[in-house]
Write a protein that binds this ligand. Sequence first.
Ligand SMILES: [Ca+2]
Ligand SMILES: [Ca+2]
Length: 270
Amino acid sequence: MTSNLSLGTPANASLGQVNTMKLSLSLTTALLSLAAIAGAAPVTFDDPFNAGSPDVIGLASSFDVQKVVVDVGASGVTADIYTNYGLGNTSIAPYFDPTLGKTVHIGDLFFSLGGTLSYGIALYDHVGAQDNGGQSGSTVLAGHLYRINDVANGTLTASEAFNGFSGNYRPDEIVLLLNSNGYITDLGAGSVNVAGGGTGPEFKISVSIPQSVSSAFYSGMAGGDWGIHYSSANCGNDIIDGNNQVPEPATLVLLGSALLGLGLVRRRVL
Ligand SMILES: [Ca+2]
Ligand SMILES: [Ca+2]
């Protein structure tokens, strides 16, 4: 695991003080990690707003993602996406942009388990050619949970979903589910609801997958080692990635060592 904590060492600190400080830091970090394990609380991933590149490519007023809040509760998994997606559009439905000459779509929400992109939830119905690169026969339904069996073939990148477009976008970003040849599996229906997001975001997009839809998805999420990936549009204008960090077994060993070490140092200092 990693920690963003950093602690300078005063020039006049004694060796005992330094050791105690380092061990206290290890202890604090380990305890914070334990708090994450217990984490029934929703996990918030904040996305920066820099009014343009590198956060948003293209119109920051139309494609910004602001945060995603994920909750793994007793009834299932929910995720709230806060975004101002849409060029003045009043919904998250696909729309034809006459300036671009392309149909713009919102992205799907992806989940990784154990570091592997494993599941996706569609935010709208998208079918075949509607996806600017989708295949005929591909049907992906809003609010459904899909298991991704083959990441390369079961998803569309921005360049595939928005092919032929040469404007500013992130061509390699995974943006949409593609349902063909068993590359993804429809596990069942959850729900998608869209509401005004209040100050700042134009939309709050809420997805919910009941525990009963997939015990594998739910138990994996409840296990705590998961991440999210989301793009505000099928050209990858803004993306948000995040991992819910849990301590590895080695960290728990370190915690024990830190506790023991702290006791030893205290005795030595006293
Ligand atoms: Ca953003
Ligand atoms: Ca971003």
